[in-house]
Design a protein around this ligand. Structure first.
Ligand code: UDX
Length: 433
């Protein structure tokens, strides 16, 4: 928003983060974001604070961007942070203001928040609530924000629509489609989109299970399906499946909300989507155990990757770390290496060993497992891994390696959803795509 030309005051309850941001440091790994923060700070149009009075005073439009994690004791979304942000800001507003929700919430939340704002705000406040769901992907946050596929404005009045069109005008003027909807639809777009994406991934991973039972190859299957324009190849990449701070908890929260609304049956299939996704993790452990000779106890496994996907240091619900944890529970000696996420992973699972480099991770590894498809792992050669001390056994849980090259170099090689190559010729018949 500062880069688009607005005066922005960022508010957080975490003093440490506020300090870091004011010092020009982004408190997580996101390509391109430090440069954008520097650009915004150089313009003098952005500051960060913990002071809600200052925020209420500053803004005509207040974006609510806090997290909605899964509740500890159920699948539902925990709305404490959203409630608290709205309460803090609304109770200090005088005059007209628009509160715009960006957080991913169960449908119906905005209506509750409008009531809350009404209840806690001073008598002279005229607050309206609108919803503008956030579709950015981690790793592409800057580009997805400045050049989104679409903008969705969930509004209850022409005034709110006008204001949002004005706020986003530099983006709208570039021809980005704008959909103006009622508020419940805007709330639903986000969970519906994420549910669809999760379903697409689990669909191809369900096909991987069938491939495993038949000797068919899911990578070729995915390529053939993806060439049908009606299906499309994006989010049809088989492998260890989805994780992160969004897809897993969003499909669960959607189920919980649908049940509350009496339409649980309509999204009951999301339970299967979740189950298929989780089964990929145990299947990966099975392949590693198989290459280790049937028993994992005392076996040294190099776990390449901890983040839920490359170009991120986010380990929330990360399939890679879950596999590492399952291996550890079976008695394996697991050494994790992630180019960016080691620190976050260590905080979550201090019992695992962490290596500072790829070479250090694979040294003496009985089995190497590629769990997050960072370029560094895709580009490593079988020879370089062996030189670093790895035994020639690879499990490619993201279906990204050139299996022919590994088999030609004498490695035992297993991938999810693909037949085990018996020979170099055999590996060549199943080309990496
Ligand atoms: C997602 C949505 O894409 C985004 O629109 C929304 O705003 C937030 O949630 P993100 O969580 O950053 O974004 O990750 P995404 O790129 O969607 O990947 C999610 C997971 O799916 C990752 O673990 C990834 O490895 C996995 N994935 C993705 C697959 O397993 N196969 C695929 O084909 C694509």
């Amino acid at each position: 928003m500062a880069i688009l030309g607005y005066d922005v005051l960022g508010v957080d309850v975490d003093e440490g983060k506020v300090r870091q941001l004011n010092d020009g440091a982004v408190p997580f790994f996101e390509p391109g974001l430090p440069e954008k923060l520097a650009e915004a700070q150089a313009s003098g149009r952005i500051r960060f604070t913990t002071d809600f009075d200052a925020a209420a005073e500053h803004g005509d439009v207040h974006f609510i961007c806090v997290g909605t994690p899964q509740k500890r004791d159920s699948y539902a979304a925990d709305l404490r942070f959203v409630d608290s942000a709205v309460r803090e800001i609304a109770s200090r507003i005088h005059g007209e203001a628009l509160i715009v929700g960006k957080s991913t919430v169960p449908v119906g939340t905005a209506a509750d928040l409008a009531e809350l704002a009404d209840e806690v705000s001073p008598a002279d406040a005229r607050i309206e609530v609108a919803w503008n769901p956030e579709f950015l992907r981690e790793g592409y946050a800057v580009d997805d924000t400045l050049h989104p596929d679409r903008l969705v404005f969930g509004v209850a009045s022409e005034r709110a629509e006008k204001l949002l069109r004005q706020v986003f005008s530099p983006i709208v003027d570039e021809g980005v489609p704008v959909l103006v909807t009622d508020i419940p639809t805007a709330e639903l777009v986000k969970v519906a989109a994420n549910s669809f994406l999760a379903t697409k991934i689990s669909y191809i991973n369900a096909m991987a299970e069938v491939c495993e039972a038949t000797g068919a190859d899911v990578d070729s299957l995915s390529a053939a399906l993806g060439l049908d324009d009606r299906i499309g190849s994006r989010f049809l990449k088989p492998g260890l499946g989805f994780g992160g701070g969004c897809l897993p908890k969003d499909i669960r929260a959607f189920r919980a909300r649908a049940e509350e609304l009496g339409v649980g049956d309509a999204v009951a299939f999301l339970a299967e989507v979740d189950a298929i996704n989780i089964r990929r993790r145990t299947r990966t452990v099975d392949l590693i155990r198989e290459l280790a000779g049937g028993d994992l106890s005392g076996v040294h496994v190099a776990a390449l990757g901890a983040a839920f996907k490359p170009n991120s240091d986010d380990v929330r619900d990360a399939p890679a770390l879950d596999v590492a944890r399952l291996l550890y529970l079976e008695g394996a000696r697991v050494t994790v290496y992630d180019p960016e996420a080691n620190e976050n992973a260590h905080r979550l699972y201090p019992d695992l060993d962490y290596a500072e480099s790829l070479d250090a991770a694979v040294a003496e590894a009985d089995v190497v497992a590629l769990l997050t498809e960072w370029d560094e792992f895709r580009e490593a050669s079988p020879a370089s891994l062996e030189e670093a001390g790895a035994h020639p056994r690879m499990v490619d849980a993201r279906d990204v390696l050139d299996q022919q090259a590994y088999v030609a170099a004498g490695w035992e090689f297993r991938a999810l959803g693909r037949p085990a190559p018996q020979s170099v010729d055999d590996a060549a018949r199943v080309p990496a795509l």
